[in-house]
Design a protein around this ligand. Structure first.
Ligand code: B12
Ligand code: SF4
Length: 492
């Protein structure tokens, strides 16, 4: 069957800092191709709509799958579905991915027939049975599939994540994927899932707190096949198990693979397994993203982060000792006043690390979606990108954005300060010589994108598609939150 897979456009507010390859979609493509289907991918993060239209006209897909890891992309995906249905009547259109898994029936209803099915949960074990059912009938019975007529059995969960390999060769313009100065940059997955249960996060509810590891040999083999000199490790929390991090490192040392790496982890994991991070620093680990989330005990408790402010500060010191550059994330509560923003600016200026701010957002799949007592001020999918306030702000909204952007700008200027400008200049020179311009663009784009008037104007756009309202459920019963309720023994 001819299958076209599409990733929607990048969200403006994250594209400044990074743009990464859609690994989940590449793995779904890998699974379909191994089963003999003819597969193509269009990534709208790096290609434009005209290129998508050309591909649709030339390829005439029999099935089209759109990746929806992000709520904010849902309206765009529905519009694409409508256009494809009009251009290629009979084409089977389906959605899959992280966010859409939590709102499947609502999205099907909003698409008014333009979307035939939504795949909840992991895409690899679902895509081949789904394509077979499209050909032979029985779509409603495919595990994980929701259609306008009903819902199939629970989604299947793979035992391991070594296969299928992501179909990286199907991607065009790979040189446009980057993160900060790691330009160009590929992505890889060493583990899948997260065993923690932070209240604002849906990583653990998606996989039902299940946690799987790639075998060290498969991980090293995949890395050996990556052409880019830089690699982003997509794991939610890297190196939770020290023996696993060490085993992959040993394979890389044996094969003499050296690249520069960017990964995400937690403060307590970094402190507990610092020797693993040290070994990886020797292998090229250069950047690390630490979700600190809050500066005080109260905030950390509220998010059920299960670390203390001390852990966070010790982790920063540990990373500095290892020579790893750290980007910290802090969650901005819409309840913040001007003093609170000032405190955060002072903190950001007092540490050498990059400080990244995201706005506290209850979204489907998280515990706070069900427990947040403040009423949503909007249900516009496009504003659920953790850069907009979707519950009432203590400051007038305009002032809230002014404070937010001012804080982000102070932080940004810090990184473009003299010392950094010299460092950045060197990186720029090196990258431009190799024809890589993503990092250069990032440095100059900040003021265009982050401005309070623009953020406020986003709230005034006409809204066609709205999120469903949260349903009160007993969040003590974790099964009600999960997409993958328990591991299935049916599929390898
Ligand atoms: C890497 C990553 C990114 C990359 C994006 C790469 C890309 N274009 O795909 C970058 C860094 C750019 C990014 C940015 C953001 N991210 Co992000 N990101 C992740 C992360 C850490 C890993 C994703 C990944 O590659 N996983 C590995 C692959 C194999 O899994 P997967 O993508 O989920 O795909 C599987 C299934 O979802 C499904 N599937 C996926 N696509 C499809 C398509 C079809 C047709 C089918 C059938 C199935 C299917 O099958 C795949 C294989 O099993 C996840 C956390 C997580 N654990 O998933 C957060 C996560 C998805 N991101 C999140 C957020 C909030 C964001 C931002 C909004 C943050 C911000 N404001 O900066 C931005 C916006 C992105 C945008 N639209 O431009 C949230 C999503 C929240 C939500 N419900 O909307 C997550 C869950 C993090 C979290 N813990 O809260 N992100
Ligand atoms: S925030 Fe990080 S540690 Fe907490 S549940 Fe999400 S991925 Fe896990």
């Amino acid at each position: 069957m001819r299958l076209l897979l599409v990733h929607p456009s990048a969200l403006m507010y994250s594209e400044i800092f990074l743009r990464l390859e859609p690994l989940g979609l590449e793995r779904v493509a890998g699974a379909a191709r191994e089963a003999g289907h003819e597969v193509r991918i269009v990534d709208l993060q790096v290609l434009d709509r005209r290129e998508l239209d050309t591909e649709i006209g030339a390829f005439r897909p029999e099935a089209l799958g759109i990746s929806l890891n992000y709520l904010a992309n849902i309206p765009e995906a529905i519009e694409i579905a409508r256009r494809v249905k009009a251009a290629v009547p009979g084409c089977f259109v389906f959605f899959g991915g992280h966010s859409v898994s939590f709102v499947a029936p609502d999205v099907l209803e909003q698409a008014e027939g333009a979307v035939d099915a939504v795949v909840r949960g992991e895409g690899e074990p679902a895509v081949v049975p789904l394509l077979e059912a499209v050909r032979d009938g029985g779509v409603d019975d495919v595990p994980g599939v929701v259609t306008p007529h009903g819902r199939g059995p629970a989604p299947l969960l793979m035992h391991g994540i070594d296969a299928p390999r992501p179909a990286r060769d199907l991607m065009r313009r790979r040189n446009r994927y980057f993160i900060g100065e790691l330009d160009p940059c590929a992505s890889i997955e060493f583990t899948r899932g997260c065993p923690w249960d932070c209240s604002f996060c849906s990583a653990w509810t998606f996989y039902g707190r299940n946690y799987r590891k790639a075998s060290p040999e498969a991980a090293a083999e995949e890395l050996a096949g990556i052409r880019e000199p830089n690699v982003f490790v997509v794991d939610d929390v890297a190196f939770i198990r020290p023996e696993h991090g060490n085993a992959i490192a040993a394979e890389l040392e044996r094969r003499r693979i050296r690249k520069r790496y960017y990964l995400e982890t937690r403060s307590d994991v970094l402190l507990r397994n610092s020797e693993v991070f040290e070994r990886w620093a020797r292998l090229g680990l250069s950047y690390m993203f630490l979700g600190m989330e809050a500066l005080d005990e109260e905030g950390l408790d509220q998010f059920r982060k299960r670390v203390s402010p001390d852990d966070n500060f010790h982790a920063l010191e540990a990373a500095r000792r290892l020579g790893i550059n750290v980007a910290i994330n802090l969650i901005v509560d819409p309840d913040w006043d001007a003093d609170r923003f000032r405190l955060v600016r002072d903190f950001a200026l007092s540490v050498p690390e990059i400080v990244h701010l995201t706005v506290m957002t209850p979204y489907p799949g998280t515990e706070i979606w069900h427990t947040e007592s403040r009423r949503l001020t909007t249900r516009d999918y496009r504003l659920f990108d953790i850069q907009h306030a979707v519950v009432p702000t203590r400051l007038p909204l305009e002032e809230f954005y002014r404070e937010l952007v001012r804080t982000q700008a102070v932080i940004n200027r810090k990184h473009l300060g003299l010392r950094n400008a010299i460092g950045a200049g060197r990186v720029l020179g090196r990258n431009l010589l190799r024809g890589q311009t993503n990092f250069a663009r990032m440095l100059w784009k900040f003021n265009d994108v982050y401005n309070p008037r623009r953020q406020l104007a986003d709230h005034r756009r006409p809204v066609r598609y709205e999120l469903p309202l949260p349903q009160p459920i007993d969040v003590g019963d974790r099964q009600q939150l999960y997409i993958h309720a328990r591991p299935s023994r049916d599929r390898g």
